[in-house]
Design a protein around this ligand. Structure first.
Ligand SMILES: *[C@@H]1O[C@H](CO)[C@@H](O)[C@H](O)[C@H]1NC(C)=O
Ligand SMILES: *[C@@H]1O[C@H](CO)[C@@H](O)[C@H](O)[C@H]1NC(C)=O
Ligand SMILES: *[C@@H]1O[C@H](CO)[C@@H](O)[C@H](O)[C@H]1NC(C)=O
Ligand SMILES: *[C@@H]1O[C@H](CO)[C@@H](O)[C@H](O)[C@H]1NC(C)=O
Length: 230
């Protein structure tokens, strides 16, 4: 007769393996405003010394839990779901130009965007249930379909070093254009003023459809924010 744990392992192991990639509720599609990255205390460096376009850039596409208690108490997202599936850039070579334009890095420490993509894939993408190509394609397509820069411009919210904007007007513009209310994250410029830094949009598990956000992030913006020129 086989010991009890033998049967238990047979029951639980397949669940654990299957669970890794699929056990989440929605994605945060996170985009960053380059002007607010660069005028913060740490400063920024341009890739190959070329200033990128004045457009939001993707930070990541992150699988998330609607209900944190399903995860560890302090972490509301699954991560590092498959250590044996590192980024292989030859699988996404056809996307490279698009990625360089829309998913670059302004960090002075991590100069090579490939490192950022490798990190985002390894930590978040391996939990998405998509393969490498589908994951990067989904993030790019969502950005192209719901062009944040354009959505804000159309609502009269343009980058400016003089004006400030109501955070609610930024949130409302995105909600109006996509049907889903985003979270807005701020950072601080060198004068310690709050400025629009990242926008978190909620996307369904298909990686395509904006959904009602089951979870909103603490914004730390206050009421008025800057949206600095870049
Ligand atoms: C992890 O990635 C490898 C290589 O792509 C794949 O063969 C394997 O099925 C993946 N494992 C899981 C649990 O998804
Ligand atoms: C990366 O993908 C290419 C194309 O599918 C394949 O030929 C190559 O073996 C892969 N490299 C690694 C390290 O898995
Ligand atoms: C990053 O570095 C690798 C190897 O060092 C190089 O092949 C690749 O072209 C670089 N990628 C970018 C986007 O600069
Ligand atoms: C988004 O719209 C802005 C402003 O019209 C434009 O400059 C930018 O190229 C667009 N981005 C994409 C990914 O289409």
């Amino acid at each position: 007769m086989k010991p009890l744990y033998w049967y238990l392992a047979g029951l639980l192991l397949p669940l654990a393996l299957a669970g890794a990639a699929t056990d989440f509720d929605f994605f945060f599609h996170v985009q960053q405003w380059p002007g607010s990255y660069c005028d913060a205390r740490g400063g920024c460096c341009f890739p190959r010394n070329q200033k990128p376009a004045a457009d939001f850039a993707i930070h990541g596409l992150w699988p998330y839990y609607a209900d944190c208690r399903r995860s560890r108490p302090t972490q509301c997202w699954p991560d590092y779901c498959n250590a044996t599936d590192p980024l292989n850039t030859s699988l996404i070579s056809d996307l490279e130009d698009d990625l360089l334009r829309n998913w670059g890095t302004l960090s002075c420490r991590d100069r090579n965007a490939t490192d950022l993509w490798g990190h985002e894939w390894g930590r978040h993408g391996t939990c998405s249930g998509m393969d490498q190509h589908a994951y990067f394609r989904a993030a790019l397509d969502f950005k192209a379909k719901f062009n944040l820069t354009r959505i804000l411009l159309d609502a009269g919210i343009e980058p400016s070093n003089r004006k400030t904007y109501d955070v609610s007007s930024i949130r409302d513009a995105v909600t109006e254009a996509t049907g889903s209310a985003p979270s807005v994250e701020c950072n601080r410029n060198e004068r310690d003023e709050a400025q629009l830094y990242q926008v978190y949009q909620c996307v369904g598990r298909d990686g395509k459809t904006p959904v009602h956000c089951p979870r909103h992030l603490e914004s730390r913006c206050g009421e008025k924010v800057r949206f600095p020129a870049f």
